[in-house]
Design a protein. Structure first.
Length: 339
């Protein structure tokens, strides 16, 4: 195959405070890609407002390897924004998304490419078959989330699905057409359709550091996904309101009849307080559901940008310094001392 006929794969890597992982990731991804001679690669790193040395490492990588591009956000906008930025700025015929912490095994890339090129699929995606290393309570709620969202929405979200996948350009373009501010990519991947083949692997722990996803953040992310891809909570709140109106109507009839027959049965503040508290709680619950949908609508209509760029490889200060020094520069990428 001639060089001109080679397909280009864009590998998108969202990064948030990954200075300890990037050196190992870069070594591992190069071990895999250097043996994939039928395609070319570009690496699009997205610095999601990191507060450590991540952006400096990306500057070095970009300066020393023309395949490396990077986008540094003005602040932390979240992984969803980072993935969107990567997809939007990718140039490849095929596009892969993977994490820098090696929880997404680069060794699966050749198999994913084979599926895309030689089988009738538009996407090769990955899912974890185990949750080894995760707290049991977190695993339980994760499985419950997948069950619930697949029952109440039209989005096809596979249990254990990772963001790690290789997609054809037409699928990437379809995802980019979904330009909503409140993004839930797992749902968007399923919503746009296209034929997907799932590759299963056992859960791998991070090579360095701790996950940035706390239980609170995961819970909020799950609620965002439900609100983004289902109106079922609104339906449930409506049904509950109607049900309790019917119950209240018959309860009033019962109290009146009992008062007329036995007398004195309509008194008693404890029962009244319990009823008021219960109905008030239901009302607040329903209002809270409405508030969630209203808040998402509020954020969408403001049309704020999904992310703001602070720097790209075109603004790399190392490139400017090299030009001013007549082109002299180091060829060694500087990573933090791991010892």
């Amino acid at each position: 195959m001639s060089y001109q006929n080679k397909k280009l794969i864009s590998i998108i890597v969202p990064c948030y405070c990954e200075e300890e992982s990037l050196s190992v990731f870069w070594t591992e991804i190069n071990k895999v890609t250097q043996n994939m001679n039928t395609v070319d690669f570009e690496f699009v790193f997205i610095d999601d407002g990191s507060t450590d040395n991540t952006v400096n490492i990306l500057r070095e990588l970009s300066f020393n390897d023309s395949r490396v591009r990077y986008i540094s956000f003005s602040r932390n906008f979240g992984k969803e924004a980072a993935m969107y930025a990567g997809l939007k700025n990718s140039k490849g015929d095929y596009v892969a998304i993977m994490d820098a912490d090696l929880q997404d095994p680069p060794s699966l890339l050749p198999e994913m490419l084979n599926i895309i090129e030689n089988e009738d699929y538009d996407c090769a995606a990955t899912r974890r078959v185990t949750r080894k290393g995760e707290p049991r309570i977190r695993s339980f709620f994760a499985r419950m989330f997948y069950r619930i969202i697949n029952k109440i929405s039209k989005a096809d979200i596979v249990d254990g699905a990772r963001d790690y996948r290789l997609m054809k350009r037409k699928m990437v373009d379809a995802i980019l057409q979904v330009g909503e501010y409140n993004r839930f990519s797992k749902g968007i991947f399923g919503w746009v359709g296209f034929k997907t083949k799932w590759l299963e692997f056992e859960n791998k722990e991070r090579i360095h550091g701790e996950t940035k996803w706390s239980f609170r953040k995961l819970l909020k992310y799950s609620l965002d996904g439900i609100v983004a891809f289902s109106s079922m909570p609104l339906y449930i709140s409506s049904v509950m309101g109607l049900l309790f109106c019917v119950i209240a109507f018959f309860a009033i009839i019962f109290v009146i009849v009992r008062q007329l027959i036995w007398g004195g049965s309509a008194y008693g503040w404890p029962s009244l307080v319990c009823i008021i508290l219960m109905l008030s709680g239901i009302q607040l619950f329903a209002i809270g559901i409405l508030g969630q949908y209203l808040s998402k609508t509020y954020l969408e209509v403001k049309k704020r940008p999904i992310y703001i760029v602070n720097e790209t490889e075109l603004d790399n200060p190392l490139t400017s310094a090299s030009k001013s020094d007549g082109g002299a520069a180091s060829n060694d990428t500087v990573f933090p001392d791991e010892g």
